[in-house]
Design a protein around this ligand. Structure first.
Ligand SMILES: Nc1ncnc2c1ncn2[C@@H]1O[C@H](COP(=O)(O)OP(=O)(O)OP(=O)(O)O)[C@@H](O)[C@H]1O
Ligand SMILES: [Mg+2]
Length: 222
């Protein structure tokens, strides 16, 4: 499903150049759940951004399904991302002026979908029910707890039925019990929908729940 070959990333700026990834290889099978751990600054977010077509490597290639994503131009990358990948960021970027339901529907706003608005809304409501928020759909994000906001972000990441979910520190700001529930929710999604899951985390319990754990250090995975 995901095939990363010899990916290197160097950030160049007037402040100097930083080599973050150095000939990194990774393979993730369809429906597999993996975690990536490693020290702060080791390049975990950089790697997720490259997997998610939000950034390009300095050299090397990433293939997702049949598509070499590192060759896509901006417009095709955006379309590919919208149709294939669900993102869960630590700062989940919910739109403050929109309701919970509207936030989940944001990824439907991009073109290329044939589903009716009513059907999209029905699926958004079903996803919010799955994450335990069916009574909160007309609330605004600020009226929810941090864990509840994260669950909105999880529902949003699933609305386009992605093949891959990329999650960056999804439990970072949560207490252990809420963190556990979010971890279980992600794994349930992985199992029931066959979505591949790549989770970056400092949380050893969360990392240990995935089928494989890789450590990013010195620009490579071990
Ligand atoms: N745009 C940029 N320009 C220059 N350096 C950058 C840029 N983005 C990230 N870096 C550097 O690249 C390195 C890796 O950053 P990255 O955010 O991928 O680390 P991380 O493993 O996600 O860390 P954390 O666990 O703290 O989130 C860091 O040293 C960071 O300072
Ligand atoms: Mg990071």
């Amino acid at each position: 499903m995901i095939e990363v070959s010899a990916v290197s990333k160097v950030y160049d700026s007037s402040a100097g150049s930083v080599e973050v990834l150095n000939g990194l290889d990774l393979q993730v099978a369809s429906g597999e759940a993996i975690s990536i751990v490693g020290p702060s600054g080791s390049g975990k977010t950089t790697l997720l951004n490259i997997l998610g077509t939000l950034d390009k490597p300095t050299s090397g290639a990433v293939k997702i399904g049949d598509q070499v994503i590192t060759e896509l131009d901006e417009i095709n990358a955006a379309q590919f991302r919208n149709q294939t990948i669900g993102f869960i960021f630590q700062l989940h970027y919910l739109l403050p002026q929109c309701s919970v339901l509207e936030n989940v529907l944001v990824p439907r706003l991009a073109g290329g979908w044939t589903e009716s608005a009513a059907d999209s809304q029905a699926r958004a409501e079903a996803l919010l029910k799955e994450v335990g928020l069916k009574d909160r759909i007309t609330h605004k994000p600020f009226q929810l707890s941090g864990g509840e906001q994260l669950r909105v972000a999880i529902a949003r990441s699933l609305i386009n039925t992605p093949k891959i979910i990329l999650a960056d520190e999804p439990t970072g700001s949560l207490d252990p019990v809420s963190g556990e529930r979010v971890a279980d929710l992600l794994l349930e999604t992985n199992l029931s929908k066959g979505v591949a899951l790549v989770v970056v985390t400092h949380n050893a319990t969360l990392a240990g729940k995935m089928q494989k754990t890789y450590r990013l250090e010195g620009g490579k995975l071990g």
